[in-house]
Write a new protein. Structure first.
Length: 562
């Protein structure tokens, strides 16, 4: 699976406001009036603009290497170049820096990667939340659809899947033709011709239809707003104050060291970090003994993280341990630190929350959906879910079955085994004669029976062993997702790698299902992503392909609801 890059043009533009904010409020320069603030704003924009050409060059290499090490190295270099640009701008605009040119370059080389990486993690985490949100919404729609089916309510006015009509007609015609061929004496049957027709149906009808259904199936799931994400992350969950404070402390020290020296920088860093942690521990103590609820606890932590250090600086800390006597500057200084602290808390919580407290997050999502009064589900959404199920069935079970039949026919032609060839044609007729729209909605109830169907479908071509003794205990939507992934993974191993031995195994660890498909055969060559890749990306939380010796390894992680 493609990793989330830390260096993109999107991140470059999103960090411009951060650059402005940091450079204006940093303590490594003197500002004596509004004109200076304007000049430092111009300098921030100029420095950010000057690294644009170098960003373009860096992207060429980081895109090719595609690793966190290359991204981090490029960001450090870009940060240093930004420092050089700031030094040049200071001379041009006749500004007054309080740190040396070398230290400014060093400071910038440390700061800029933090901005890019922090925003990248937040963006990717929000995408993951949105995928979870849409998956939950899809389950709500599917539940409503099941209710309609069970109650035999009128659903005839739902939009019909037009692409399936032509495919159904072509499949039925081919089934009738093959049945007619099977009535002929063995010596008169042209098995090669029938094999070609089955493959033509798969390539010219089945695959385009499944792709069209998948691409057009769009649910009207609402976007998860930034505010909803902030509320879930900062107000409904335990805050990651200790790791965020410890992570931020080197940044404070580096920022202050250049202007105040290491002793004062160390004192103020320890003060800021220690007070945040003490406030957090006191508030959590009150929460533990039910004196505060979670929302009030978090609001108190966030409020005191600003006011407590501010009061200590103004009324307790000796004047010689702080770098300015200006009360207004002290307010802005603490505002800068507290804002950065809250943003870090948001990043830590958003990034860690789905793994640590996923069930709680999903409960919050359910509340969001209910608050928006999304029921009754629209007919378009019901139709979209049916299209999704149909696309999965066509691309998975039906395509795999027809390909297995065609491969058996090819093998029978080489060996002269007419009995195998006849059985393969009969299997193809059974598949082609089905009502595909109906079958996609009424699968075999037993998950183990469906897995056995996958194994038996490839018998004679490859030995497929599937060991998942826990799958029957899962909810139906999760089972469908797992079986679709297995079906596609096994099919790809046979079709693309010519595998003859495949084993599927997995384990359940908490809310995570870990699936592994091992196969022999040749190395899987990366091609243009098709519907199979889309299935992997949309159904699995994460997936990865690797090769160990002569073995292909395809791994998936799928999350359950509990």
């Amino acid at each position: 699976m493609k990793r989330t890059p830390w260096l993109t043009w999107r991140l470059y533009f999103l960090t411009i406001p951060v650059d402005l904010f940091v450079l204006l409020l940093s303590g490594d320069h003197a500002s004596t009036g509004s004109n200076d603030f304007f000049n430092w704003t111009v300098l921030a924009l100029m420095a950010h603009g000057l690294i644009a050409p170098f960003t373009a060059i860096a992207l060429i290499f980081t895109t090719k290497l595609n690793s966190w090490k290359s991204d981090l190295s490029a960001l450090i270099v870009l940060g240093a170049l930004r420092g050089v640009a700031i030094n040049l701008g200071v001379g041009i605009l006749d500004l007054e820096p309080k740190v040396s040119s070398i230290y400014k370059i060093f400071n910038s080389a440390i700061s800029l990667p933090l901005w890019f990486i922090g925003i990248a993690i937040f963006i990717e985490s929000r995408r993951q939340y949105q995928r979870e949100f849409e998956a939950l919404f899809q389950r709500y729609v599917r539940r409503e659809q099941t209710f309609i089916d069970k109650q035999n309510l009128d659903s005839s006015d739902l939009p019909e899947a037009q692409p399936i009509k032509h495919l159904q007609s072509a499949a039925s015609d081919l089934a009738v033709e093959i049945e007619g061929v099977l009535s002929l004496p063995t010596s008169q049957i042209n098995y090669a011709m029938q094999t070609g027709k089955i493959r033509d149906l798969v390539n010219n009808e089945l695959r385009p239809t499944s792709t069209k259904l998948w691409n057009r199936s769009t649910l009207s799931a609402p976007k998860l707003s930034i505010w909803a994400l902030i509320r879930v992350s900062l107000l409904e969950q335990k805050l990651k104050v200790i790791p965020a404070s410890l992570f931020f402390s080197p940044y404070i020290f580096i920022g202050l060291n250049g202007t105040q020296g290491w002793k004062l920088a160390a004192v103020e860093t320890v003060l800021a970090t220690g007070l945040n942690i003490i406030v957090f521990l006191i508030c959590e103590f009150l929460f533990r003994y039910s004196l505060l609820n979670r929302k009030l606890t978090n609001i108190l932590i966030l409020t005191l993280s600003y006011s407590t250090p501010l009061l200590v600086i103004l009324f307790i800390l000796p004047a010689n341990l702080f770098w300015t006597a200006s009360i207004a500057t002290t307010f802005f200084y603490q505002f800068f630190l507290s804002t950065s602290h809250v943003l870090l808390l948001l990043g830590f919580n958003v990034y860690k929350l789905l793994d640590a407290q996923r069930s709680t997050v999903l409960n919050n999502f359910e509340q969001i959906i209910e608050d928006k009064e999304l029921f009754p589900i629209s007919k378009d959404d019901l139709s979209a879910v049916r299209d999704i199920d149909l696309a999965r069935y066509l691309h998975g079970e039906l395509q795999a079955g027809l390909i297995a039949s065609s491969l058996l026919l090819e093998r029978a032609l080489k060996t002269g085994d007419t009995d195998v060839a006849r059985n393969a044609l009969k299997s193809a007729v059974d598949l082609l004669s089905q009502d595909h729209a109906q079958i996609s909605q009424s699968r075999i109830s037993s998950a183990q029976a469906r897995l056995e169907k996958i194994s038996s479908g490839w018998r004679g071509i490859a030995e497929v062993n599937i060991a998942l003794d826990w799958i029957d205990k899962l909810d139906a939507p999760v089972v469908n997702d797992l079986i679709t992934l297995i079906d596609e993974g096994v099919s790809n191993a046979i079709r693309h790698a010519k595998a003859s031995e495949i084993s599927v195994r997995g384990s359940r660890v908490g809310a995570d299902l870990h699936l592994e498909i091992l196969s022999d055969g040749s190395k899987m060559i990366e091609k243009t992503p098709g519907l199979g890749t889309k299935l992997f990306t949309e159904l699995a939380t994460s997936w990865a392909y690797s090769r160990n010796g002569e073995q292909n390894i395809l791994k998936f992680t799928v999350r359950t609801n509990n």
